[in-house]
Write a protein that binds this ligand. Sequence first.
Ligand code: NAP
Length: 494
Amino acid sequence: MEHTTTTAPAPTPALGFPEKLMPIGGVWVPSSTGTTITVSNPATEQPIAEVPSATVQDGLAALDAACSAQDAWAATPARERADILARTYQGIIDRRDEFAALITAEMGKTLPEAQAEVDYGAGFFRWFAESAGRLHLEGQYGLEPGGNYRIAVSKRPVGPALLITPWNFPLAMGARKIAPALAAGCTTVLKPAELTPLTSLLLAQVMEEAGVPAGVVNVITTNDSRGVVGAIMADPRIRKISFTGSTQVGRALLRQAAENVMNTSMELGGNAPLIVFDDADLDQAVDGAIVAKLRNGGQSCVGANRIYLQSGIAEQFTQRFTEKMAATRVGDGAEPGVELGPLVDAKQVASVSALVTDAVAKGATLLTGGTIQEGAGYYYPPTVLTNIPADADIRTEEIFGPVAAIYTFDTEDEAITEANDTPYGLASYVFTQNLSRALRVADAIEAGMTGINRGLVSNPAAPFGGTNQSGLHREGGTEGLDAYQETKYTGIQL
Ligand code: NAP
């Protein structure tokens, strides 16, 4: 591994919004107690900015604002809502560099990856702006089968929505929720992760400039997620929760949502298999595996967690893949040429490191990486493990770091059985040049998404989400809008 040494920390990027304040009801306000959270750069461990630490009182003020704005927003013509989303798309693209610098500074991913996230995140505003305009034209009107009366079916917004996002994609995770919520006519309270709240605040500023009315997008930053979210969810006025994060927290929120029978969307953890057959194009497979493994420093719910190689290509693939992993340039994501930034915090380094240490102690072979370097920044090197024993924790846990766990198999059935041996079912990847096999295996894998000969599947126009314990419902695509709508049936006697 080549680890760049930074001579001087990258300058702190401009915030683009008022520091120590958060937008509630169209006004930027401090926390009711005046307390703040310090946000730090994981590459340098240096503070970047302070944001308010919202209290329960602030959370309920945000809910009040969203509820007050709900009826007027739902009654705003769909075309007007679409125009605001389109202007938000343009506003993000116009400030692409500013967004990317902020994402890199608070989360650690490299600048090119942050730029890609800005394009991906902005894409949700464009996609749902396009969908919003024709929203109210969709529905049904017809005679019931007995011929006695008419059936009319239309859609309406579900109501004020609570949106909770993780730290790994500070723009895209919020964009994927806010854009369809607003398109459908729902007002929102967004609670970003404590580690990466800055990008959400910049997004709120851009949305304000795009003409979002007061109270439609409220952002609360807090170090008391449990307390603040719990208080909002206990209020029957909130009608929707859309959560992206760990399965463990998702489960707890589902229990809370049951109390008021809230509409829920859950985007939870993953344990994606990536299967390479003997007949794969090896260059394509190695490159695809590198993308699926190292994207976002491996801190992605769709990251390749388990790499299964058919025995005929296993040795050759492993050698080429390991060479690429070992040659990856690690350093501050803001520096040109760096290919892998730091992990998000010390806790993440400890958790990734513990999985590698456990596997090696139980007999796994370490082909590269595995050693944490001294110095500032939460770095973990690209690491490759093979010969992983059956009792190693890495076999079942989400790695969330740049560590590749390689396994081998002989038959297609064996690969499918191994791939499905998990309670998760988010993403999966298959590399083969045999079209029948590709489609057969994709159908047999229990996962919400499968990439065939690609290591990257996320797209605003496609439904993103998982089966089993990876979640409920989808984001993006046409399904993304359904998540914020209810069906209304009217029986009409003429
Ligand atoms: P996390 O710990 O579950 O946190 C996610 C969000 O929930 C954060 O905003 C967090 O706030 C908040 N939160 C934590 N505990 C809470 C509680 N008791 N009540 C209410 N809110 C609470 O997950 P993470 O570590 O940030 O993200 C990594 C996980 O997200 C991984 O499992 C990954 O697979 C998953 N993920 C899934 C998708 C998908 O689309 N399926 C996408 C990205 C990530 P704080 O920051 O204040 O703790």
